[in-house]
Design a protein around this ligand. Structure first.
Ligand code: NAP
Length: 251
């Protein structure tokens, strides 16, 4: 398989879509750095499952909203694997349901720091390692957006929706910037996916409830999103860059 031995960093690889991506990528032959923010047990569980399947993985702590942590995370990946072929900018957060006229500065700053600046910093570090302009051998980046970027999140989390549209624009621009340097940059934009992110925003039953109003009448699974991510990372998507692949059951 062409992915065999390639090195992949997944931010937020400890749970949800990131964890499913790590597991699927390991089966495709990638060696994987599983980033997490605080849940070391979840990250170690993903690593153990990959190793039990004969794969290679390492858990790397780091808050992507901190430049110090991002630099240390990439250095840890360099030290362990000696290179980088692929990055999945997956880590992201939501906040509690809120109207814009109720949003604090602290909330907005956290949202933009983790959901926008973090992925930009990670992409910067990945490009430094992958770009042929910097002596690298090319690579692939997939950034996680959301269908909320198109819908706007009115009355719920306009800040989150706006952060994801920033990722869309950033990804399209970066894709064009590095297309001649061996790097493809694409976007996976999930709809309602059954993960713990909804509970973290105070709505543990959101996937089940909202799933009913999706045209396919159900929430998606983390594995269904991971499959789209893996395709965009792979050489099967060799002429695809700057694309937004929606995985939303028709939403
Ligand atoms: P999740 O289940 O809440 O998992 C979040 C992951 O991100 C965890 O591994 C968490 O690490 C990590 N993380 C959170 N903040 C971080 C930080 N500051 N630095 C590094 N890692 C951090 O989320 P998910 O549902 O899988 O979502 C993954 C991505 O898909 C996000 O970008 C999200 O916006 C997007 N998305 C999700 C849905 C959905 O319905 N689920 C829909 C559209 C888009 P710890 O385990 O250490 O906490």
């Amino acid at each position: 398989m062409s992915e065999s031995g390639k090195i992949l960093l997944v931010t937020g690889g400890s749970r949800g879509i990131g964890a499913a991506t790590c597991r699927l990528a390991a089966k495709a032959g990638y060696r994987i750095a599983v980033n997490y923010a605080s849940n070391v047990r979840a990250a170690e569980t993903v690593v153990a499952a990959i190793e039990a399947g004969g794969g290679e993985a390492v858990a790397v702590r780091g808050d992507i909203g901190s430049e110090t942590d991002v630099l240390a995370m990439f250095e840890a990946v360099d030290a362990r694997f000696g290179g980088l072929d692929a990055l999945v900018n997956n880590a992201g957060v939501v906040d509690s349901l809120s109207r814009v006229d109720e949003m604090s500065f602290a909330r907005l700053e956290r949202m933009m720091r983790i959901n926008v600046i973090g992925p930009m910093l990670c992409a910067r570090e990945a490009v430094k390692r992958m770009s042929t302009r910097h002596g690298g051998k090319g690579g692939a980046v997939v950034n996680l957006s959301s269908i909320a970027a198109r819908l706007g999140g009115a009355g719920q989390y306009v800040d989150y929706a706006a952060s994801k549209n920033a990722i869309n624009t950033f990804s399209v621009g970066l894709a064009r910037e590095v297309a001649g340097e061996g790097i493809r940059v694409n976007i996976v934009s999930p709809g309602i996916i059954d993960t713990e992110i909804h509970a973290s925003g105070g709505q543990p039953d959101r996937a089940e409830k909202m799933g009913r109003v999706v045209p396919m009448q159900r929430a998606g699974t983390a594995e269904e999103v991971a499959a789209a991510i893996l395709w965009l990372l792979s050489d099967k998507a060799s002429y695809t860059t700057g694309a937004i692949l929606e995985v939303g059951g028709g939403r």
